[in-house]
Structures are given as structure tokens and as C-alpha cells.
Write a protein that binds this ligand. Structure first.
Ligand code: TXD
Length: 316
């Protein structure tokens, strides 16, 4: 039985890292496509040569030929520029729209049955553009941001409480921007509300302040890394994309925050927004609707309105 064909469009920091992670887990045969001559070829040769050392078998191809993505069953798109210090994700919209438009035509023409996971920023707008051009059904096209943002929220909670990251579960809704909505009420450690553990450790008043600090740091986490590294995060985004890819490839039925096209859910119609979904072999298999309280609903709607203004500016 042949392994699945996975195509990574964009062989930069995230794409190259994701290729390495996919190879290590032998999740399929991987094609790394990039427009920079010889870049993907070098990266895939390097990963190939580590195979005997780590013991993974899979076919690895680095390519500048778009024909090599033909027939891919899963495509992960990271093609596009990342932000630099002082830039917002939204500042990338003009240059990355041109790139994603071309990439989307390529996917439509060469891999019309693929499931697509897109990361390129500004994420919510770029995945909308990709869906517009490919015309794919909404179960087969998703944006990755919420897994990363939720992972960041969980990491900060774990560090604050001094507990294992394995036991922290956190969810971030909305757009992949400063208005994202970390859902404090749903955050828990092995089912215990985070607020209970914070109050036990710090007292009620300080607990509320700390939770606000954790939410704020989650919203700013991308910019914090760009400020330190002078480049965008790539390890955590690659692992986040891997979680979604593995959910599809292994039909895991994972419940993950996914940037999905809403058609009435959460009172939103026709826009991609980060919401909890069940992810399996056919992509987005179910969108899970949560009852939000007034405060959560207000923050969600603020985040959605930012997504709408960004997307509407594309004049699709
Ligand atoms: O959570 C998230 N969704 C975000 C995603 C988290 C972090 C970074 N996010 C965004 O992903 C970031 O803002 C960028 O828009 C993308 C890719 O970030 P990365 O750090 O991987 O950028 P690189 O290292 O510059 O890699 C981009 C590659 C680069 O090698 C280009 O040559 C290539 O994209 N590129 C293309 N490949 C294929 N086809 C075309 N047309 C193309 N244009 C550029």
C-alpha cells in the first residue's frame, strides 16, 4: 500500500521544519516545493541523510517544479513572507495575496482533490483567498492559527501553575490577530478550571490579574518572538500544522481550533474564523458551536469584525 503524498508549498523556516517532522513520523511521502532554486532540494537531501540515523523511511523530494505537487492528497501552504520587527501580520496582505493567488491556482490545477492546510499570514484573509480561487468545499480547506495560539496559551498557563503541559487544555477562538479570544472559562488542567488553581495558588484578586496577563501575553506572543528573534516563529507553527496534518492523515477525529469557513455557525456567514472543529480523514468533519457568555461573545464579535474588514479589503 503506497504512502500518502503530502506536498508542502513553501520550503522556508516552517515548511522545512514541517518536512522534517513529517518524515520523522513517516506520515507519508513528502514533496517540498519552493520557488527559490535548489533551496528545497538541499533541505530534503539533508533530511534524507538523517534517515538512517533516526530510522525513518519515506520518499523525500525537494523541487522547484510545480508539476511535482500533482496528485498530492494533503497540502500545507506556508508560501509567503513572514513579518519582521515592527510589522503587523496585516502588513503582509498585499505581497502575500499575490503569492497565495498563484499558489491557489496551482493547487486547483494540480491537486484538485487535496485537503489544504494554510498558514500564510494574514491567515484569515489568505485562507479566504485560497478557498475563493480553488473553489474547494469548506471541509477541505482550513487555516492553521488556533492550534498555535491555544498552545501558547496552554504553555503560559502551565508555566504559571508549575504543572505539566500535557495536562493543560486551552482554547483560543476568533481571528489570528491581537483581538483573538483565549477562552478563560474553558481553560483547564486535567478538568480542573484554571481559575480554581490560580485562586488556590495566588488568592482570588491576584488570580484574576494573572489570568489577564496570560491572555494578553497569548495575544502578543507572535510579536514577542519576532521582537526577540527578529524573525517569525517557526518551530511552534510547524508543530501546530503537524497536529492538524496528522489528524487528517491518521483520521484522528481531533478536536482542534481551526480557521474554518462559517456558514451561519456562531452567527457568522461566509468568513473564515477560528472555532473548535473535529478534524479527521475528510478534513473538517464537524464545526462545534459553543454557548458563549456576553463577554466572550463581545470579544468574539470584535475579532470577527477585524477579520471581515481585512477580507472585505481584498474585494474578492
Ligand atoms: O500561525 C500561523 N498561521 C503563522 C504562520 C505563524 C507563524 C508564521 N506564519 C506565516 O507563515 C508567516 O507570516 C509567513 O507568511 C508564512 C511562512 O513563514 P516562514 O517563517 O516559513 O517564512 P519563510 O522562511 O520566508 O518561508 C516562506 C517560503 C520562502 O522560502 C519563499 O521562497 C517561499 O515561501 N515562497 C514560495 N514558495 C512556493 N511558491 C511561491 N509562489 C512562493 N513564494 C514564496
Amino acid at each position: 500500500m503506497a504512502r500518502r503524498k503530502i506536498a508542502l508549498i513553501g520550503g522556508g523556516q516552517i515548511g522545512g521544519t514541517l518536512a522534517h517532522l513529517l518524515a520523522q513520523r513517516e506520515l507519508g511521502d513528502v514533496v517540498l516545493f519552493d520557488v527559490v532554486k535548489d533551496l528545497p532540494q538541499g533541505k530534503m537531501l539533508d533530511i534524507f541523510e538523517a534517515g538512517p540515523v533516526d530510522g525513518y523511511d519515506c520518499r523525500l523530494l525537494g523541487s522547484n517544479d510545480p508539476e511535482d505537487i500533482r496528485g498530492a492528497e494533503l497540502i500545507v501552504v506556508t508560501a509567503g513572507l513572514p513579518r519582521k520587527p515592527g510589522m503587523s501580520r496585516d502588513d503582509l496582505i498585499t505581497v502575500n495575496s499575490k503569492i497565495i493567488a498563484g499558489v491557489s491556482e496551482l493547487i486547483r490545477d494540480k491537486a484538485p482533490d487535496a485537503i489544504v492546510i494554510l498558514l500564510t499570514n494574514p491567515l484569515d484573509a489568505m485562507v479566504t483567498l485560497c478557498r475563493k480561487i480553488t473553489g474547494f468545499p469548506r471541509n477541505r480547506i482550513m487555516g492553521m492559527a488556533g492550534v498555535l495560539d491555544s498552545g501558547r496559551f496552554a504553555a503560559f498557563i502551565a508555566a504559571e501553575l508549575g504543572v505539566s503541559v500535557q495536562d493543560v487544555h486551552a482554547l483560543v477562538l476568533g481571528g489570528h490577530g491581537d483581538e483573538m479570544v483565549p477562552l478563560v472559562r474553558f481553560a483547564n488542567v486535567s478538568g480542573i478550571p484554571v481559575s480554581v488553581l490560580l485562586e488556590q495558588k495566588f488568592g482570588t484578586e491576584r488570580a484574576g490579574e494573572i489570568m489577564n496577563e496570560l491572555v494578553d501575553r497569548t495575544r502578543r506572543a507572535g510579536g514577542e518572538i519576532v521582537g526577540l528573534m527578529k524573525n517569525s516563529a517557526f518551530i511552534s507553527p510547524a508543530f501546530s500544522a503537524l497536529a492538524m496534518a496528522e489528524a487528517v492523515l491518521c483520521d484522528r477525529k481531533r478536536v482542534l481550533p481551526v480557521c474554518a469557513l462559517l456558514e451561519g455557525e456562531y452567527g457568522v456567514d461566509g468568513y473564515f474564523v477560528g472555532v473548535p472543529c473535529i478534524v479527521g480523514a475528510s478534513g473538517i468533519e464537524k464545526i462545534i458551536e459553543l454557548e458563549l457568555n456576553d463577554e466572550e461573545r463581545g470579544m468574539f464579535e470584535e475579532s470577527v469584525s477585524h477579520v471581515k474588514s481585512l477580507v472585505d479589503g481584498l474585494n474578492l
